[in-house]
Design a binder for this molecule. Structure first.
Ligand SMILES: [Zn+2]
Length: 343
């Protein structure tokens, strides 16, 4: 879990992925024949097959995380920000953040204490524009370190916890856990009969942007996105709205709002899981999407499917997954790549 800790704790708001990219490039260089970074910043690792006329399989996990950009510094040094990706304001209050200025700087998303709120304020729905970041540094000194446009990410430590220590939690599981599954898979992968293109894409959280350009450039025959999905197995949510459950296995996606998975590819994935006795669950996500949506619509269209890692509290600082589901995802992706030439 050392690598997952490193990946999730690293900052990488959409469009500002440099720190996490460096980790990924170093990991890919240990196992891929070729590693390049495209002009948007996505990392592409290629593992060539020895087979004749091999198919190209693109596996894709996004490296960016939801974050913010500094938009204004007021006369007292309080920072205003705009979101990059979909944050729920309710989960932002009282979070510690890091502002990536000339040097990384701690900040706090503060709010008025409950003691001084009147009834109207207490009942008001919180909006992002109501929030500010406090660095406890006066404007003049702050502006020597921070400027408009600097990225901001949540500060959070990775933990292993829960029943039998089987659970892991940090910010940015969306989608560093997908990146982790991809890296662990390609690092242990034997020679496959397909060319494997492992892509760590940028700017997924703002509209699948990195995957769009990489899939155009690669022209894959097949695409598999690796991403988190909602595990809503928690109080207050009906069983029919669980989407997935923690510990229920890797999730094979049927559809979300960005793509309908290729039906034959879904069957192929299911059969591979059954044959290898890998625990899986089927997933339908009514709202949200993955890089599959961009891959599928590239050029003349590409068969795609998403393998999802069930995650509780998605798009918060406490995204939580189950080690067995992560392991099952690695196993199924590995088995799939070894069989993919038969598709
Ligand atoms: Zn994601």
């Amino acid at each position: 879990m050392e690598l997952l800790k490193k990946l999730t704790e690293a900052p990488g708001a959409s469009g500002r992925e440099d720190v996490v990219r460096e980790i990924i490039v170093a990991e890919m260089k240990t196992c891929m024949d070729e590693v390049t970074v495209d002009s948007m910043g996505s990392v592409i690792g290629v593992k060539k097959s020895a087979a004749k006329n091999p198919k190209k399989v693109m596996i894709c996990a996004h490296m960016d995380e939801i974050g913010f950009i500094v938009s204004h510094i007021d006369k007292n040094g309080f920072i205003r920000f705009v979101p990059v990706g979909g944050f729920d304001p309710r989960v932002l209050l009282a979070q510690r953040v890091i502002i990536h200025g000339k040097q990384p700087l701690h900040g706090i998303i503060g709010s008025k204490p409950i003691h001084i709120l009147d009834d109207a304020e207490r009942n008001k729905t919180l909006q992002l524009k109501d929030l500010f970041i406090d660095t406890c540094i006066p404007k003049k000194a702050l502006e020597k370190i921070v400027e408009i446009g600097n990225p901001v990410t949540i500060e959070r430590q990775f933990i292993e916890f829960g029943d039998k220590n089987k659970f892991v939690c940090c910010k940015a599981f969306d989608d560093r856990v997908g990146v982790y599954v991809m890296l662990k898979t390609i690092q242990a992968l034997k020679k496959a009969d397909v060319d494997v293109y492992a892509v760590a894409s940028v700017q997924e959280e703002v509209g699948l942007r990195g995957a769009q350009t990489t899939s155009f450039a690669i022209q894959p025959d097949l695409g598999v996105a690796l991403d988190v999905t909602l595990a809503n197995d928690m109080p207050g949510v009906g069983e029919h709205d669980h989407i997935s459950t923690l510990g229920g296995g890797t999730a094979i996606k049927l559809l979300d709002s960005a793509a309908i998975s290729h039906m034959r590819l879904v069957e192929f994935m299911k059969n591979t899981a059954k044959k290898k006795k890998i625990k899986y669950q089927m997933e339908i996500l009514p709202r949200g999407g993955t890089d599959s949506g961009a891959m599928q619509r590239s050029r003349g269209g590409i068969p795609v499917v998403t393998l999802s890692i069930p995650t509780r509290y998605v798009h918060s600082s406490v995204e939580t997954a189950h080690k067995d589901d992560i392991e099952a995802s690695i196993k199924l992706l590995t088995a799939f790549l070894m069989e993919a030439h038969k598709f």
